[in-house]
Design a protein around this ligand. Structure first.
Ligand code: TXA
Ligand code: MG
Length: 326
């Protein structure tokens, strides 16, 4: 397993040459931090689960939060999310800008399951920064980007912050100087006919409510979670029950394997990574859980997965998926 932090992190100028190098790296599934008007984002191809898995690895993120898919314009956003009238209004009023819209995933969307943490919704944003917009246009596809800091650290608003946290762990940082806004985008969910403010940020509640023509139904708390849990399911769980740390398959069970433990057993088995590569397992996790769900599996045995590096996030999500539901 080569999951060590031994990369050379290039500092790229925000000129034509730097942008060409950065978009080439994104095409090769590498990690490129880039400036936005809010904070620096750690970008990877949002359509490629292996590339997205690298984001979690580099940040040392202990669980898979859904990531914001950054797009160049509303046309690209409409291919990923379903815009109702309010979403259209907000995008029209505030994009490009510090607003993330969480919308139902569109049919034929390209953002991968891991970037959405297995949810049916997708977070979309058109950032208001010339360097970010040029990079997104060159990429021609959504770029997943959480804030470019180590998990648990504050968001970076200058290239030096990114390098201090992620130097040696990512491939490049585009130097766009300090960020203008310096706090993350405001996140609004438009799902199931409800509008919810999920995270306060660079765009004010008042500005949003003026365009929506009314107050948000759901408040947020300091921890950035909706006050009304369950309104927005934040974790994907299959219908069937999960048996974790399974050494073998029992009668009637489907298998979510790791490292070929269930190889040769009869039944419906998907192996997250026959070679025991955690980044590969992370990339497959939500897609395979969903596939087992769609196959009608009611009992799923999950092979043991080491709880190191990305394995911590994988095990966290599996435990949540296995937990009893209300
Ligand atoms: O300003 C920003 O938003 C910056 C820049 C880089 O764009 N990005 C950022 O990303 O702050 P991050 O990963 O640090 O925070 C994204 C938040 C997470 O709390 C995540 O739970 C939420 O967005 N989010 C993304 N997609 C979601 C979805 N489908 N449903 C609910 N929440 C979602
Ligand atoms: Mg963050």
């Amino acid at each position: 397993m080569s999951e060590k932090n031994t990369r050379t992190t290039r500092l790229l100028a925000a000129d034509a040459e730097g942008l060409a190098a950065a978009s080439e790296m994104l095409r090769e599934n590498r990690l490129v931090a880039f400036p936005t008007e809010t904070v620096y984002g750690l970008g990877a191809d949002a359509t490629n689960a292996r590339a997205v898995a690298e984001i979690y690895r580099a940040k040392g993120r202990p669980s898979f939060n859904p990531l914001i898919a950054h797009v160049a314009d509303i046309a690209m956003a409409r291919r990923e999310g379903i815009f109702d009238v309010r979403a259209e209004k907000l995008a029209e009023a505030f994009w490009p800008g510090p607003l993330t819209l969480v919308l139902p995933q569109a049919t034929g969307a390209s953002v991968c399951d891991l970037a959405r943490a297995g949810l049916r919704s997708v977070g979309l944003r058109v950032p208001d920064h010339p360097v970010a917009l040029a990079l997104l246009a060159a990429a021609g596809r959504p770029i997943a980007a959480p804030s470019a800091n180590l998990s648990g650290h504050v968001s970076p608003t200058a290239p030096a912050h990114v390098l201090a946290d992620l130097g040696g762990r990512i491939d490049a940082v585009i130097d766009g100087g300090p960020c203008g806004i310096g706090v993350e985008s405001t996140i609004v969910a438009l799902l199931d006919g409800k509008a919810a403010l999920l995270r306060p940020g660079g765009l004010s509640r008042a500005a949003l409510e003026a365009v929506l023509g009314g107050a948000f139904a759901v408040a947020f708390d300091e921890g950035e979670r909706p006050l009304s849990p369950g309104l927005l399911a934040s974790h994907y769980a299959p219908r069937g029950s999960l048996r974790l740390e399974a050494e073998n398959l029992r009668e009637g069970e489907a298998g979510l394997d790791f490292g070929g433990r269930f190889a040769g057993a009869a039944g419906n088995v998907l192996d997250l990574s026959p070679r025991e590569v955690l980044a590969e397992a992370a990339a497959h996790l939500f897609t395979f859980l969903r596939a087992l769900d769609e196959s009608g599996a009611m009992h799923i045995a999950v092979a043991p997965i080491p709880c190191v590096d990305l394995g911590e996030a994988i095990n966290d999500r599996l435990r949540r998926a296995a937990a009893p539901r209300g």
